[in-house]
Design a protein around this ligand. Structure first.
Ligand code: SF4
Length: 176
């Protein structure tokens, strides 16, 4: 991979921060998956969510088959951070940036697995479970669906979380 050329292109995107890591640094937890199962209304409704993504063990094995990892973040200022609808609406722009970064890695000859925010909202109605995913290259399961905790990883690599009326989104781009 031509990392210098990749970083030149990353600098042109509206990223807040990014960091290259190893996927073996990822921390997987059944507890995170439990929150998915018990608290998320999208559970069992898309190909990007559990149970379609497989067990945490299967997700871990899939992730670790991509040894390299690029974590990216974007930040967006919102009027009121307590307004969940407004906060969630900012994820769409982040998803576009995550897709562009994935394309840059693909241009470098990499196979890429993207884990991103929320669940997939590419289609007005997901085909799950009756037919295959319509847009597998744009379908990014959320980080939590794979049982991954990012807080420690963020601290270790100096990736910042913002408070106040700033929404910070993270994506993990695993590649080989
Ligand atoms: S791309 Fe469409 S079919 Fe595939 S997971 Fe997303 S919403 Fe479902």
């Amino acid at each position: 991979m031509d990392k210098a050329s990749l970083e030149q292109k990353l600098a042109q995107l509206p990223l807040f921060q990014y960091s290259f890591m190893k996927s073996e640094e990822l921390v997987f937890s059944d507890r995170v998956r439990k929150i998915c199962e018990t608290e998320c209304p999208r559970f069992g409704t898309t190909w990007a969510c559990p149970p379609a993504v497989g067990t945490v063990e299967a997700c871990k094995a899939r992730c670790l088959s991509y040894p390299e990892l690029l974590m990216i973040s974007t930040v967006t200022e919102v009027r009121d951070v307590a307004d969940m609808e407004e906060c969630l609406s900012t994820s769409k722009e982040h998803e576009k940036v995550a897709y562009e970064v994935a394309q840059l890695l693909r241009e470098q000859g990499c196979e890429v697995l993207v884990l991103s925010t929320e669940s997939c909202s590419q289609c007005a109605k997901c085909t799950y479970p009756d037919a295959p995913c319509r847009k597998p290259d744009k379908m990014f399961p959320c980080v939590e669906s794979h049982g991954i905790l990012v807080t420690e990883l963020c601290e270790k690599h100096g990736m910042e979380f913002f408070n106040g009326n700033i929404v910070t989104w993270f994506s993990l781009l695993l590649f080989r």
